[in-house]
Design a protein around this ligand. Sequence first.
Ligand SMILES: *Cc1c(COP(=O)(O)O)cnc(C)c1O
Length: 402
Amino acid sequence: MNLNTVIEMDKKYYMNTFGNRIPVCFTYGKGINLWDTQGNKYYDFLSGIAVNALGHSHPKVVNAIKSQAEKLIHCSNLYYIENQAQLAKVLVENSCAGRVFFSNSGAEANEGAFKLARIYFKKKGMPDKYEIITLKKSFHGRTLATTAATGQEKYQKPYAPLTPGFINVPLNDIDALKAAVNEKTCAVMIEPIQGESGVNPVDPQYIKEVKKLCEANDILLIFDEIQCGLGRTGKLFAYEHFDVEPDIFTLAKALGNGIPIGALCAKEFVASAFEPGDHGSTFGGNPLACAAGLAVMDALINDGLVKNAEVMGEYFLKKLKALSEKYPVIKEVRGKGLMIGIELSIEKAADIKNKCFNMGYLIGNVGTHILRILPPLIVTEQDIDGMIAVLDKALGETIEAE
Ligand SMILES: *Cc1c(COP(=O)(O)O)cnc(C)c1O
């Protein structure tokens, strides 16, 4: 089908939540590359927004899905599921969690985290400890409760009244957090490196103080690692950068490399609050999704991809710092590993993104000032050199036109 036919059908039949999308339709992907309906080749430096961490059509994932699809795609959680038990084991053995529960998306994993935090205190005989504090500029998902948790007005305003029991406080401000904590607080939820709002790393000292505050006040610490987890920052889990272990953390995006799956992970003392009947899911943890998850964890752990994210992240940052010396409109380059934000002093982020797209490179923009780069963890120095050359050209043309 040609691109215009797809666009016409979308405009007529699909709900208009995505507006005028970038006018391209991809039909094939391999590694870091994508091809569109016209056979044009692209370099994917956004990875489906941190989903395709192993790149496209990774053989381990493709083979796992293929062979599982031929055997059994779905089976109710009324029965035991081998891949589900295996994937839970891999996650527990490689993290601070004691138990895992699988969902179908990130938002749904976060909903599970809120429910677990609340029921934990209910069962301890503290039914009034239900408030959850989150940070401004965070992103926790699009369901009603995760919208209340997401500290951004643009997502909250159209859906008032919001789900009660959530408070948003300014980022990196420990006094504001202390002021918000009270006897009703059951959890503090943090995205250790905020992705959606423009790659804002949370101050490590602040995270340490949050942990202390939580311990002193019998409050659970939840990390949303849906975007920053699973190797993206150069560590398997982002909390490893901070010397702090969360009581609960959530995963999704990269976990299935494109097959929808999320995970709610918790230390045993919290996880045991969930008893038979307290939570559930129809699709969550099905044999197909968990086969994809097992293939992803295998590649992350055994193929050196976490290390590659660290090494390539440093290489990328060095090249971007050099670019920022050539172009002073680059105000700041920030991030960890392969989670990178570039803040500009000019309102040209969308223009630069479009220029890169026209040269066959996919990146993202956040608002008018920030570029977001999330390459797959298989990225090479050669790929990065290509991206840098394209950014150089796009920045040069933009400044010339100013
Ligand atoms: C993408 C994202 C979510 C939401 O995940 P969905 O799968 O879209 O529901 C939640 N938190 C963070 C940090 C994310 O990046």
